[in-house]
Design a protein around this ligand. Structure first.
Ligand SMILES: O=C(O)CCC(=O)C(=O)O
Length: 256
């Protein structure tokens, strides 16, 4: 019978936090060189397809622009957790780059995707483990203080089994908490977690951010503009086997 290797203790602890709290902060996933590389790469981007610019510059599927983006799909410390949460055949469903400028207004509390509406009787049972289908990692490229768009997370709300209603920012007495962190830190959260963006209250700083969305192999990839999507051959040629799998090169399975 095949044996399954136990997870390294740090990954196991982080996975446990994703199950218990719905999110986990991963300190120092990028060093100064990685931060500078990404900030500079974001500054070179021009909007395409469904991207938009203004108080928020938002660029989608940035991995397809240049091989430079590939190492940020499977950063050490992040990819082990994504694979532990979503299976070692998980893939990316997107990678976005953001610049939130002074005056940017943050997003209201929301969840990204509720896989299934389950009853509270089940979700409140500590013996019930709710499997994950999609997780996002947000890699911060600035020191985040209260005035520079901290992400807000509502601990435990992934077990609410529903979306927050307008103005709702607590779950079971636990309020939204700002994620204050350093440039190079990353926040991993599951798609059912209630979270929010907050506004850029600074006069002269922009928040630079990269998101990677990971999904189980059966979760569809969101590569807009869909029917017109084409992989960049330079990116495919430069990708490692693991990065190619994250881009969608899978072994044959059901429905293939
Ligand atoms: O701006 C943020 O930090 C939160 C982003 C967010 O809520 C989202 O992408 O769903």
């Amino acid at each position: 019978m095949a044996t399954i290797d136990p997870l390294p203790p740090l990954t196991a602890k982080r996975l446990e936090a994703l199950h218990r709290e719905g999110f986990v902060l991963l300190p120092g996933v990028l060093d100064g060189m990685g931060i500078a590389t990404l900030r500079n790469a974001i500054d070179q981007l021009k909007p395409r397809h469904w991207d938009y610019s203004g108080l928020l510059d938002h660029y989608k599927c940035v991995f397809n622009r240049d091989p430079l983006w590939l190492p940020f799909l499977d950063l050490p410390g992040v990819i082990e957790l994504a694979e532990a949460a979503l299976g070692d055949d998980c893939h990316i469903i997107g990678q976005t780059a953001w610049r939130c400028h002074p005056g940017f207004v943050g997003l209201e509390p929301h969840l990204d995707y509720l896989v299934v509406e389950l009853p509270q009787s089940l979700l409140a049972d500590p013996g019930f483990t709710l499997p994950m289908q999609i997780c996002t990692v947000q890699i911060y490229l600035d020191d985040i203080d209260a005035s520079l768009c901290p992400t807000l997370v509502i601990p435990g709300s992934h077990r609410a089994g529903r979306r927050p209603v307008k103005g709702e920012s607590h779950w079971k007495g636990r309020p939204a908490q700002p994620v204050l962190c350093c440039a190079g830190d990353a926040l991993m959260f599951r798609s059912e977690l209630w979270h929010a963006g907050s506004s850029n209250l600074t006069a002269d700083r922009s928040r630079y951010l990269v998101q990677v969305h990971y999904g189980r192999r059966m979760v569809a990839q969101k590569f807009s503009p869909y029917l017109h999507w084409q992989f960049n051959p330079e990116v495919l040629a430069a990708a490692t086997p693991r990065q190619r799998r994250l881009l969608g090169e899978h072994e044959e399975a059901e429905y293939d």
